[in-house]
Design a protein around this ligand. Structure first.
Ligand code: HEC
Length: 185
């Protein structure tokens, strides 16, 4: 995205490479019946992440407000930081998704909280979390911080829609450079 503060971009690029060495939390239980997302651990991590990223609106590495496209809302703003979650540091990319009646870039920039529709976040987890997909953890929050649900009442947290034709992973897998991040393409 053109407006993103350049330093944020290069840092995300550099840090994504070393991210495997941070954030070694507890090993996931890879039971055969385990769903790739929406489980109790995914939701607990999402809640702790939300606590850890409180105040992200004032993180130094952030973009301006910019016009977005489907599925990420009409107007967007992005933020990056290292956040401690459950005692370990993680690379966290936050995206505010704005929209609603009468939203314009100016109005959103002026009173963003009135137009916040959802907060989508990617966190690079430890090596082995999801090796086929660069170990990214995804979560979507409603504007009030509650973890969003899909139509089947599954929480949108974890390896969201892994193995499916659409959803976070399927779409982000198409990002250039095989890093699952679009912004640096
Ligand atoms: C149909 C494709 C698609 C789906 C599905 C999708 N995204 Fe994205 N996402 C994008 C595109 C394109 C961008 C970059 C452009 C922009 O800013 O909107 C992006 C950007 C992001 C970013 C900023 C980092 C980056 O890649 O630039 C985050 C964080 C993010 N998405 C999270 C999510 C989460 C969480 C989900 C699932 C709940 C999700 N996305 C589903 C297409 C998608």
């Amino acid at each position: 995205m053109k407006r993103l503060v350049p330093i944020a971009l290069s840092l995300v690029l550099v840090l994504a490479g070393v991210a495997a060495h941070t954030g070694c939390a507890t090993a996931e239980d890879e039971g055969e019946m385990e769903m790739p997302f929406g489980g109790p651990e995914d939701v607990t991590f999402a809640k702790n992440l939300w606590q850890g990223m409180m105040g992200y609106e004032s993180w130094k590495m952030s973009s301006d407000y910019y016009e977005g496209m489907s599925p990420h809302g009409a107007f967007l703003r992005m933020y990056y930081n290292v956040v401690n979650v459950e005692g370990a540091p993680y690379h966290v990319i936050v995206k505010d998704n704005f929209g609603g009646e009468g939203a314009t870039l100016e109005k959103v920039a002026e009173s963003s909280e009135d137009y916040l529709a959802a907060v989508t976040v990617m966190v690079q987890r430890h090596e082995g979390y999801d090796p086929e997909n660069r170990n990214w953890y995804y979560v979507k929050y409603d504007a009030d911080g509650a973890v969003s649900m899909n139509e089947e009442s599954m929480a949108l947290a974890g390896r969201v829609a892994k193995g499916m034709d659409s959803g976070c992973i399927a779409c982000h897998a198409k990002a250039g450079g095989d890093d699952y991040i679009f912004t640096n393409d």
